[in-house]
Design a protein around this ligand. Structure first.
Ligand SMILES: NC(=[NH2+])NCCC[C@H](N)C(=O)O
Length: 588
């Protein structure tokens, strides 16, 4: 086991032991430790405890101090204010703990893995077949990818589900059109690029729509097609499959551009639950969770109201017998709970669908599919806004195509890279430009908490000064360049050395990576990781200003220890960025 106990956990253990020695009736009370500017850590738990036990807080604090076993870890504990404890740890402990992280040959920096992991199904990156991907699909993909990586890193079993929109009435129209105009999608899948695939679909969709609106007889034939499709008519299904395949070519090209691994086996669209829909309705109706109302099968809620303040029912089956979005999601819940045996169902979906999920989850709870052992959570994200603060649209008022946006980000980033580049070839500039551009888009999306709206501002995203991915990528590349310039000197930890203030601050922060991973994963909050990394890079800058690594040349052991701090910082940056799905090029 390469897992390393963090400094904060070690201090916490010592304090908790001292606390229960000083006040046995307190049991395993929490000393409430946090990082502090005054000392390394501050414990605030004694105040509340003293109040509860009717003791004098300062006296209790003094007693705790006298019982703290300091050893090699704690340099100093003192009582401050009404009964806080300020704790300073030894330089040796900082260097030794980081050295243990450094020595973890799994590359995980000593971050522990869950001993009894649960299973989470994460529903993210779910575009719609035969439709262009827009900036809303970006958020689900980017946030979902990072949360998925964070959870996997903590040891959780993660099952990915891309619930694509591949079922429903519009397919009747498309399929009927394709039947009447065969050969429109006749080609080998690998002959077609993503762009072409999308323009094929777009052309077909527009033509079908035109006919549908103009020709009553076509409309009737199209409607009949939907029925054939849902009944599983083989020829209809074969044509539907063409649309799905063509769309997947396009999706995969966009996900590749996003530098995101999406596996075909994890794409289980709405159609994948078709066989379960009737059974789902039967179960809901028999248990009385859903009732017939004007022919439709509905679930009613007293406390769930629509935007107009009136109670809204969840319609599971329409009066014409058709199944909608809710029936599919309820069936997917049954699949995820009973077949996959998940403990957590996580949905990374736009906040505008929150009402839908609230009703779907409540229905599943009433049906007993969700309970104390299996919970469902929507990680609802806000809207992407333009610079004007309104939902992001083109000048003509149309939704912005995701690919265009990504290409523009790559162009801007390439310009930044070119300007800074000293010895990069055109090919390298293109490669780095892509990594920087895509990183910029992802980082901007991840660095605000998901539920908030954010402004899509490319100028800000590729800025070198500020809380951006480029800033972090440069910090990483700079450390790599320092390590190359160090020549014969190697990074070696020297726990016997006294540390500079800036070295301590950097070291303590680097050690708290594990806690940040745990927090970001359990709270589904990648923005905690971005904030952590930004601070790490800032602390590194201060360290590098104050503590010469190469010039003026410090004594050998000091140089080695500083190079060691550089390397630990670089690895932490690299791993942290990887958990966000962002590359860290060795040179920029
Ligand atoms: N299980 C789900 N309903 N997931 C979300 C699907 C998102 C849907 N395809 C959309 O584009 O809006």
């Amino acid at each position: 086991m390469a897992s390393v106990t963090s400094l904060s956990d070690s201090v916490h253990q010592r304090l908790a032991a001292a606390l229960s020695a000083a006040l046995p009736q307190a049991g395993s009370a929490d000393p409430l430790l946090r990082r502090s500017d005054r000392a390394d850590f501050q414990a605030n738990g004694i105040l509340a405890l003293a109040k509860k036990e009717k003791a004098n807080p300062r006296e209790l604090a003094t007693q705790v101090v006298s019982r703290v076993e300091s050893g090699e870890l704690i340099k100093d504990v003192e009582v401050s204010g009404p009964g806080f404890l300020n704790i300073t740890i030894t330089d040796r402990a900082i260097t030794e703990t980081l050295a243990a992280r450094f020595a973890d040959d799994t590359g995980r920096l000593g971050v522990p893995q869950a001993q009894q992991p649960g299973t989470t199904v994460i529903d993210y990156a779910q575009p719609n077949v035969a439709k262009e991907m827009h900036v809303g699909h970006l958020r689900s993909a980017v946030i979902g990818d990072s949360v998925m990586r964070l959870l996997e890193f903590t040891g959780e079993n993660v099952v990915r589900r891309h619930h694509i929109g591949d079922w429903g009435t519009q397919f009747g129209m498309l399929i009927q059109y394709l039947e009447e105009h065969p050969h429109e999608l006749d080609h080998d899948a690998d002959e077609v690029s993503g762009e072409e695939a999308m323009s094929n679909l777009d052309r077909l969709y527009k033509a079908a729509r035109k006919l549908f609106d103009a020709d009553e007889e076509f409309k009737t034939r199209a409607r009949r097609r939907v029925v054939d499709l849902q009944a599983g008519d083989p020829q209809t299904l074969a044509m539907w499959q063409k649309f799905v395949d063509e769309s997947k070519i396009y999706f995969f090209s966009v996900f590749e551009k996003l530098d995101m691994e999406i596996r075909d086996a994890d794409i289980v669209g709405e159609s994948g639950y078709n066989d379960m829909l009737a059974e789902t309705c039967r179960l809901l109706e028999e248990s009385g969770v859903a009732v017939r109302s004007e022919g439709a099968l509905c679930v009613f809620f007293d406390d769930i109201k629509g935007p107009d303040g009136n109670p809204v029912p969840l319609i599971v089956q329409k009066s014409d017998g058709g199944y909608g979005y809710a029936a599919t999601d309820l069936s997917a819940i049954r699949d995820r709970v009973f077949a996959i045996k998940a403990n957590t169902l996580l949905y990374v979906v736009d906040a505008r669908q929150s009402l839908h999920f609230k009703m779907v989850f409540e229905t599943a709870r009433r049906a007993g599919w969700l309970n104390e052992d299996v919970e469902a959570v929507q990680l609802a994200f806000g809207t992407v806004l333009g610079k004007d603060g309104k939902p992001f649209k083109t000048r003509e008022g149309e939704t912005v195509r995701l690919v265009d946006l990504l290409d523009e980000a790559i162009d801007r980033a390439s310009a930044v890279v070119r300007e800074k580049a000293q010895d990069l070839s055109e090919e390298e500039i293109a490669e780095r430009g892509t990594q920087v551009g895509i990183g910029a888009v992802k980082y901007a999306d991840l660095s605000t908490s998901a539920n908030r709206d954010y402004k899509f501002d490319l100028d800000q995203m590729v800025s070198l000064n500020g809380d951006t991915s480029v800033y972090l990528q440069y910090a990483y590349a700079r450390i790599q360049s320092i390590l190359r310039k160090a020549g014969a000197s190697r990074p070696v930890a020297h726990p016997e050395l006294e540390l500079h203030e800036a070295e301590r601050a950097l070291g303590l922060h680097a050690d708290s990576f594990a806690a940040t991973v745990a927090e970001a994963a359990t709270e589904y909050a990648p923005h905690k990781m971005t904030a952590y990394l930004y601070q790490l890079a800032s602390l590194f800058t201060t360290f590098y200003d104050k503590c010469p690594v190469i010039k003026p040349e410090p004594p050998k052991d000091v140089a080695e220890n500083r190079l060691f701090l550089c390397e630990v910082t670089a690895r932490t940056l690299h791993q942290g960025m990887a958990l966000l799905g962002i590359r860290t090029p060795e040179r920029l």
